[in-house]
Design a protein around this ligand. Structure first.
Ligand SMILES: [Cu+2]
Length: 139
């Protein structure tokens, strides 16, 4: 019985790391310039909570709210910089409200390296203050 707990912990750790490190699900040659990343929003977390992309990548986030209505708002400027936007969005929407069972698609170019926090935003009328994550643009 003693070995059960460590084994399940290892499994959980393996699942978590694969979720964080998972590359784009689809990479057909025609769409190779767009990196599609599936994100799940649920009480009270985003999965994966950390997304890593390379600088210059055109990123498409497909965010699905599985259990409840959630919001999604991502900083346009990297953490620690109040300057110009480092993520160039296809459509200028500050906050995305995602109804239960729906998927919101957000597309942008990851132009400037840095860390861009995102959250389930109160601006959408929601107060899931503990729901947050980050997008990391690597040089
Ligand atoms: Cu939420």
């Amino acid at each position: 019985m003693k070995s059960l707990l460590p084994a399940s912990l290892l499994l959980a750790a393996a699942l978590m790391s694969s979720a964080v490190a998972r590359p784009a699900a689809q990479s057909s040659p025609a769409a190779e310039s767009v990196q599609t990343i599936d994100v799940t929003a649920r009480k009270y977390e985003f999965i994966p909570p950390a997304i890593r992309v390379k600088q210059g990548t055109r990123v498409q986030l497909k965010i699905t709210a599985t259990d409840h209505t959630h919001g999604f708002q991502i900083s346009e400027t990297p953490q620690g910089s109040e300057g110009k936007a480092g993520l160039i969005f296809s459509s200028p929407q500050e906050c995305h409200k995602i109804e239960k069972g729906q998927t919101a698609t957000i597309q942008f170019v990851a132009q400037t390296p840095g860390t861009y926090p995102f959250k389930s935003s109160a601006h959408c009328g929601l107060h899931h203050r503990s729901m947050k994550g980050e997008l990391v643009v690597e040089p």
